[in-house]
Every structure is written in C-alpha cells, then in structure tokens.
Design a protein around this ligand. Structure first.
Ligand code: NDP
Ligand code: 2IT
Length: 444
C-alpha cells in the first residue's frame, strides 16, 4: 500500500458515512501521487493526513419561527478546513440535502480551488439543511439572523470570510451581513457577494458563470476554436447557470437547454435569457414556466434527460454528481467535445473516466468555477483598501485569472507526465502552494 492508498483508507475508516467527502478525497489524492513521490519529506511530516483533516468543524443549532408561529430547528455548519495560505474562504449552502459529508467535500475542494486563483485565501465551507424554497422573505430573514447569531463568533475579515452557494444569493447575504454588523458593530468585508450599496464588488454576481466561460474559451482558443456557433447544454438555472449562459451567448454560442430540480427546458432556437432571469431571479418560480411563455420551447419532467441532447459543449452548473457514467457515455455518443464544471463535483468518478478516455476536453470544477471565489477575493481587496474598481477593471482581472488557471493546470499536467489530464493538473497546481506553506509552518 503506498502513501496515498494508506491515507485514503484512513479517510474512509475515520470518516464513516461521508460518501461525498470520500469521493472528493479519492479524486484529489490519486492525482497527488507524483508530487508525494518527489517529496518524501511530506510523508514524514504527515502532510496528507493533515491536509484531509479540517482544522476546525463547527456545528450548531439554528432555531427560527415561521410566519405561522411554528418553531423550526435546522442544523448549521462551518468547516474551517485549511488556513495555510490565507483566511478561510468559501460559500454557505442552504439546501435540505446539506450534511457534514457535503460541507467537507466542498471545503476540501475549496482549498485547492482557492490556491489555483493565485490569491491569498484558505479553504472553508458552511451551510444548513434549511430549505429556502417556498419561504417568505420574512422567514428567510429570521433564519439568516438566527444562523448569524451563532456564526458571527467564528468568522472575521482576517479569519474566515463566507459567501454564497446554492440557496444563498444577494438577498441572504444582505440579511446575514445586517445581523453580523448589528452584533459586532463593524462594517467590514466579513462576507463577500455583498450588495453594491454596502461594499460589494461589481462582477461578483456574474463571476462564476463568466469565469467558467472564460476558461472554456481559452481551452477552445488554444485548439483553434471558439464558442461561435457551438451548441451548449447548461444544467441548473441559478446564479452560475444564468451567467454562464449570458457569457456563452455573448460569445456567439447557442445555449439550448437548462434545468431546475424538477425538469428541463429545451429551446432549439436558443434560450431567451431575459425570460429565464424574470422567472428565476424575480419571480423565484419553476423553470417549467419558460415553456408556457416561449412558443416552440419544450419542458420535460426530470433532470437526467438533459444529457441526451446533442451538444458540442456541456456546462453542468447545478449540483454534485449530476453526470454519472451513463450520462457521460450518452454525451460522448452525441458528440460532446468540451465539458467544463460550473458546479462543484458535478461529474462522478466514472463520468470523469468516460470523458477522459473519449478524449473530451474536461475542465474540473476547482479550476473551471474558481472565478466566483477569485472575484470574492477581489471584493476583499477592495473592502480592505476602501475603494471600488469599475466593472471593466474587475472583469479584466477575472478573465486574466481564468486564463492563468488554464495554463497553470495545463503546465502542471505536462510537468508530471499526464498532458491533457486537467483533473490531475489542477489538483497538483493547487496543492503545491498549500503544501509548501504547510511545510513552512511546521507541525500545526
Ligand atoms: P443557485 O441556488 O443559484 O442555483 C442552483 C441551481 O441548481 C438551481 O437551478 C437548482 O434547482 C439546481 N439544483 C440544486 N440542487 C439540485 C439537485 N439536487 N438536482 C437538480 N438541480 C439542482 O446556486 P448556484 O448557481 O450558486 O450554484 C450552483 C453550483 O455552482 C453549486 O454546485 C455550487 O456549489 C457551485 N458554485 C457556485 C458558486 C457561486 O459563486 N455561486 C461558485 C462556485 C461554484 P432548484 O431551484 O430546483 O433547486
Ligand atoms: O464554491 C465556491 O467557490 C463558492 N460557492 C464561492 C465561494 C466564495 O467565497 O466566493
């Protein structure tokens, strides 16, 4: 049993019942074999054992009262995974499926993603099993205030800086920030994704989706291609999916499908994004409504069918494990050439293998969706400097970061003998900086 196998076996034994965490650890550690082979001092320093163990796990009760006066209790989480290269940084997810395994997989991924941005941010993640769907604005506010009434003591602009993720957007960040400010009496950059009137950064709303398209555009460009005229399938219809669609359309692509957790829409003429924004951002309604409003568009119950639509480029932007081996084979059979992950871990281990064996250009989440957290770090820089950059300035920095990430993971893959394997390239490129910082800090 080599070092990586031993640590993976320990991860499974010591963290029972955490399948998503095991999955992320397996994908990451398997790619780090050549790095630990080159650095025997890492094993002596138990570097991988420390890397897979969060520095701190916080779990708390979140009681709140709904509009009818009924008392509810949710679980709250913040996993402060690794602060070797900067303060903990990562989103909060509010979704009924949230549990410790999901927060830990997201936190582990976040460490390497944040390192890949080239900016000084460590890795963390948090959230709750609270379901925002169908709740009134007042109920959302009550929940966010209760959540922050515990979380505030664990975070700070130089300690841990949360942001949004599934179920947490501008509205929720506003309520969370208001409560933090009230308790701590500090107006600081303790959360990112803030509104533009109270310290937020231009482009943060668009950043993850735009960044995903920028890095994919670079992968296309070096192969003599572009988004122009390509058919694109995008899953999800939330923040990441909407702004990936917007940028892909600006670059001349035709986006033909999107979904929410109930079903997918197919519009052979190209998705009308203004209609999607109206339904999702304003009305908070179901994507099904799109087919009622746009003549010629189809709605199909269930999500999986979206991967049977022929496309050149697939951008999964909803949630973990939305593409399994079967869906990956279908995409390949129908001619997909590029897959870039907007969501975190949307392709399962079998799906990744299918894409890579078929020669599909596969851009993994920790590289492809890093534009969101990178722009969060730009928001932190603006908060600390008490200044604002223009849309064009932030957008140019974001584009530059995404292009750099592409070339850094490409180079790492080549340097370690696996050209074109961006899963391994991204893991190695992200890990090296974190490993060097951890070694410099001694056994902590
Ligand atoms: P949103 O809450 O804005 O949107 C999530 C979308 O995914 C919705 O359309 C939702 O449908 C769908 N979805 C969620 N869970 C499921 C499920 N189990 N099955 C099918 N569809 C589902 O979240 P974001 O757009 O912010 O996040 C999407 C993904 O991108 C996540 O994986 C997140 O971790 C990742 N990400 C987000 C970043 C950000 O800056 N926001 C940055 C980097 C990554 P429904 O409304 O029906 O639930
Ligand atoms: O998964 C992610 O990178 C995010 N949800 C964004 C995190 C952030 O701190 O902006």
């Amino acid at each position: 049993m080599d070092y990586v196998e031993r640590v993976l076996a320990e991860v499974k034994e010591r963290n029972p019942g955490e399948p998503e965490f095991h999955q992320a650890a397996t994908e990451i550690l398997n790619g780090l074999r050549p790095v630990v082979a080159k650095h025997p001092e890492y094993e002596k320093a138990a570097l991988l054992e420390r890397f897979v163990e969060p520095e701190r796990v916080i779990m708390f009760r979140v009681p709140w009262v709904d509009d009818a006066g009924k008392v509810h209790v949710n679980k709250g989480y913040r996993v402060q995974f690794n602060s070797a290269i900067g303060p903990y940084k990562g989103g909060l997810r509010f979704h009924p499926s949230v549990n410790l395994s999901i927060i830990k997989f997201l936190g582990l991924e976040q460490i390497l993603k944040n390192s890949l941005t080239g900016l000084p941010i460590g890795g963390g993640k948090g959230g709750s099993d609270f379901d925002p769907k169908g709740k009134s604005d007042n109920e959302i506010m009550k929940f966010c205030q209760s959540f922050m009434t515990e979380l505030y003591r664990h975070i700070g602009q130089d300690t841990d800086v949360p942001a949004g993720d599934i179920g947490v957007g501008g509205r929720e960040i506003g309520f969370l920030f208001g409560q933090y400010k009230r308790i701590r009496d500090e107006h600081v950059g303790v959360l990112t994704g803030r509104g533009l009137t109270y310290g937020g950064s231009l482009v943060r709303t668009e950043a993850t989706g735009y960044g995903l398209v920028y890095i994919t555009a670079e992968a296309l460009r070096v192969r003599g291609e572009s988004f122009e005229g390509k058919t694109v399938v995008i899953s999800g219809s939330g923040n990441v999916a909407i702004y990936a669609t917007e940028k892909a359309q600006q670059l001349g692509a035709k986006v033909v499908a999107m979904y929410d957790s109930n079903g997918y829409i197919y519009d052979k003429d190209g998705i009308k994004l203004d209609v999607v924004k109206e339904i999702k951002e304003k009305e908070r309604a179901r994507i099904k409504v799109y087919a009622e409003r746009v003549p010629g568009a189809e709605y199909h119950e269930g999500c999986k069918g979206i991967w049977s639509i022929p496309c050149d480029i697939a951008l999964p932007c909803a949630t973990q494990n939305e593409i399994d081996g079967e869906s990956a084979r279908l995409l390949v059979k129908n001619g997909v050439k590029y897959v870039a992950e907007g969501a975190n871990m949307p392709t399962d281990l079998e799906g990744i293998e299918v894409f890579q064996k078929a020669g599909v250009v596969f851009l993994p989440a920790k590289a492809a969706n890093a534009g969101g957290v990178a722009t969060s770090a730009l928001e932190m820089a603006q908060s600390s400097g008490r200044l604002y950059w223009t849309f064009e300035e932030v957008d140019a920095k974001l584009k530059n970061i995404m292009v750099n990430i592409y070339h850094n993971m490409d180079r790492a893959a080549k340097d370690y003998g696996c050209e074109g394997d961006y899963v391994t390239g991204a893991n190695i490129a992200g890990f090296i900086k974190v490993a060097e910082a951890m070694m410099a800090h001694g056994i902590v």
